[in-house]
Design a protein around this ligand. Structure first.
Ligand SMILES: [Mn+2]
Length: 353
């Protein structure tokens, strides 16, 4: 059974997750490196891959060898932004580096939470002094000895830009701009979320002027779905129910739904956002049965409007050992779909004031 905790599961006692070096400091560290392993949170999204790829291509520009290691399921559409010059490896195939391949620097981007680095954590722990971090999350742990954490940024790619600028990177060369734009666009729901402020639009403009073809990228990422994904969307919408007097939408997908449609878990990205189109809905939850007795919960919420406050889904997910952002979070519950729905419903009153 899921245990409730007082603090956030990403927190570490006595540890404050914030920048401890400047972007210029980090630029100096990258420039002085000879080989860099770049990694990010498991089940990488557009921002995780975009930050990794932009850093990888930037390091190539200044003659520093690097490679990317990605762990966990990955939306195949995202890989379309990589090309044959990029050294992108899957943890499931390459594992941790051999002694000959030991990098002298490790970059962890778009997360600072040990729980999001499960495959690599035992290898990373003795190396934290050689780990540098670039992130935009409010919470995290002691993963990176030196880190730039900017919670004002809508994406980790946005937090990376001042580092690249200090490195003197030309964003238009070997297409550094496109993965930067990918992270910025996907983490802001293509510039719709409240996190998309003036600085985001300014950066988007700069990246387009550096060669990003946003229509091409949109088609590649957002208009490239499989019929199986749509079969799952149909089932998710059919399962829609409400809690909290209509303020919270809940959708459920079972293992049978996956078996019968042939859809994959990684093919579900974004489905949880759809019920936010309903006027009365302030938060949306997608429950997926990952295995018998194991339910994955994805949470999304709207910005404050019409005198109504936000549903802080970061804190809601934390009640079940998960986390994320105020408007987007996830958790895993060791119960079946119905028990997960019941447990979440029991926690809701405190979040709907
Ligand atoms: Mn991100």
């Amino acid at each position: 059974m899921t245990t409730l905790r007082d603090g956030h599961p990403w927190d570490e006692a006595g540890f404050t997750y914030e920048s401890n070096v400047s972007p210029a400091d980090l630029a100096g560290v990258f420039a002085a490196a000879s080989s860099v392993l770049i990694t990010t949170h498991e089940k990488p999204d557009g921002d995780a891959l975009g930050t990794s790829l932009a850093l990888h291509r930037s390091l190539r520009q200044i003659g520093v060898r690097s490679w990317i290691v990605l762990a966990g399921p990955l939306d195949q559409n995202l890989l379309a932004v990589t090309n044959e010059d990029d050294d992108v490896r899957r943890f499931e195939e390459c594992g941790t580096p051999s002694e000959e391949e030991e990098p002298d620097l490790i970059a962890v981007v778009d997360t600072g939470a040990w729980t999001q680095l499960d495959s690599m954590k035992d290898w990373l722990r003795p190396r934290v002094d050689r780990v540098v971090g670039v992130d935009h999350h409010a919470r995290g742990g002691s993963v990176a000895g030196r880190r730039v954490v900017d919670t004002e940024c809508a994406s980790a790619t946005q937090a990376l830009v001042p580092v690249l600028d200090a490195m003197g990177i030309d964003l238009s060369q070997n297409d550094v701009a496109t993965p930067l734009f990918l992270g910025l666009a996907t983490d802001t729901g293509w510039f719709r979320f409240s996190s998309a402020g003036p600085a985001v639009y300014r950066l988007a403009a700069r990246l387009m002027e550096s060669g990003v073809d946003k229509d091409d990228l949109y088609a590649l990422i957002e208009q490239n779905a499989s019929p199986a994904r749509f079969a799952m969307i149909a089932r998710a919408l059919t399962s829609l129910s409400f809690m909290g007097n209509g303020a919270v939408a809940v959708m459920r997908l079972s293992m049978e739904d996956f078996a019968e449609t042939g859809a994959s878990l990684e093919g579900l990205a974004g489905i949880v956002n759809t019920p936010l189109e309903i006027g009365s809905v302030r938060a949306s939850i997608l429950l997926t049965e990952a295995a018998k007795g194991l339910t994955k919960a994805s949470f999304r919420s709207k910005p404050a409007s019409g005198g109504l406050g936000i549903v802080d889904v970061n804190e809601l997910a934390a009640r079940f050992g998960g986390g994320g952002h105020v408007h987007a979070a996830g958790a895993r519950l060791s119960v079946d779909l119905q028990e997960a729905a019941d447990a979440i419903e029991a926690e809701l009153p405190g979040f709907l004031s």
